[in-house]
Design a protein around this ligand. Structure first.
Ligand code: SF4
Length: 402
């Protein structure tokens, strides 16, 4: 079989198989470009089973581009809570505003226009244009590169831009006329269900007969991929500050700045023990860590007294690994701490009281113009704030055990 025949066989068998075997997924029930866009952003680095409930909730809450564009950012983040990679949610909303303002709320299909949307890279642009508009555009991600590397025995490093470009050209040649939507979805589906990273299911694969890697026994050793740098470890110390008196049973949370990692989300007040990017991380004995925590939070206007170790937690981002030691802390009496600090925290608490206890749908971040912002919250108040996973776990564990 020559090269052209091998390509034709691949496209034909893949489309037949996809027609028979495709999964019934919520975003596949319509060709709504907005739905396809949301699903593709959610599916980056996340499994389909995890995405489905998030997708359904998201679409229910923000059924149109306009609804997403007009929503408070905190509501969007809350809907994304637990999915990780929160910049994707913020970019999505920014891009929804672009679609609303520049294209009258109608998702564009042109290459330049789709690429111009915030957070839309070559893969997502190709997925939206091909799946929603049936335009023969390549949508090449890790799954697709794995399938193509194996079937066509491409022994090039898939981390290289030149390999991706090669694969994009190949996909454009493979798409049968008028079948871009199904072809690209079929390719993704084969990578997800059959040609999996470990133990590919070659015996049930629709293209096994002419798969070059399988014929040479190389299916397990492809694709070639240089290892990414391991995430840089960071040591952090967090304060779980317990309220007293009026705030008994509540804990103090802080809002992150509006830019940077986990922007705009809520967390426990904490400090980093790492000394910048290039130096080795530091871990301290508990006593020294508690002193440093109290000292640094005091300069932020938070007078606390750490009383002991509560728990440890970890979280891995794409480039950083957080090792977090959490200390139970008491709010220091005004006489023992800074009066100004206590007053400022009391002011934050008052804002909190007006919003959450008044049973108003909180637009966190708009209630108080000061940065950073703090709130005293109970377990049930957690529903009003978006937390990164690591703090969600810590808070749930704490409230459940108290
Ligand atoms: S035969 Fe095996 S290695 Fe080849 S494409 Fe199918 S699942 Fe992947």
């Amino acid at each position: 079989m020559n090269n052209i025949e091998q390509q034709r066989y691949f496209s034909r068998e893949l489309l037949d198989w996809y027609g028979r075997s495709k999964r019934d997924l919520p975003w596949r029930r319509h060709r709504n470009p907005y739905y396809i866009w949301i699903s593709e952003i959610m599916l980056q680095q996340t499994r389909v089973d995890t995405v489905i409930p998030y997708f359904n909730r998201f679409i229910e809450k923000f059924p149109t581009v306009e609804a997403l564009a007009d929503a408070p950012e905190d509501e969007v983040l809350k809907c994304w809570e637990g999915l990780g990679y929160y910049s994707r949610a913020r970019n999505l909303q920014h891009a929804a505003r672009q679609v609303k303002e520049q294209y009258g709320g109608i998702m564009p299909s042109g290459k330049e226009e789709v690429f111009g949307l915030k957070g839309v890279g070559p893969y997502t642009a190709g997925a939206i244009r091909s799946i929603a508009f049936n335009i023969p555009a390549p949508a090449v991600d890790g799954n697709v590169m794995r399938v193509l590397s194996r079937y066509f025995l491409i022994e090039e490093d898939i981390m290289k831009g030149s390999t991706r470009a090669h694969m994009e050209d190949l996909v454009v040649r493979l798409i049968p006329e008028g079948r871009a939507s199904d072809f690209n979805q079929g390719l993704m589906e084969l990578g997800a269900l059959v040609c999996t990273p470990k133990s590919p299911k070659c015996l049930t694969c629709p293209v096994m007969e002419h798969c070059a890697a399988r014929l040479e026994g190389k299916e397990e050793s492809l694709p070639i991929k240089t290892k990414a740098k391991p995430p840089r470890p960071e040591y952090r110390v967090a304060a779980l500050v317990e309220g007293t008196g009026e705030y008994n049973g509540k804990v103090l949370i802080r809002k992150r700045p509006s830019t940077g990692l986990l922007a705009g989300m809520w967390e426990l007040p904490h400090i980093s023990l790492s000394q910048g990017k290039e130096t080795a991380p530091i871990s301290l004995p508990d006593e020294a860590a508690m002193d440093r925590l109290a000292g640094e939070l005091k300069t932020e206007g938070i007078p606390i007294r750490p009383v002991g170790h509560l728990m440890d937690a970890e979280h891995t981002f794409s480039h950083i690994h957080w090792n977090m030691r959490v200390f139970r802390c008491q709010w220091r009496d005004i006489s023992a701490g800074s009066l100004q600090a206590a007053e400022s925290a009391a002011a934050y608490a008052a804002v909190y009281k007006d919003t959450v206890e008044g049973n108003i749908d909180v637009e966190a971040g708009t209630a108080n113009s000061s940065e950073p912002q703090y709130r005293w919250i109970s377990q049930s108040d957690m529903a009003f704030y978006a937390f990164p996973n690591v703090f969600l776990r810590i808070l749930n564990q704490y409230f459940t055990s108290e």
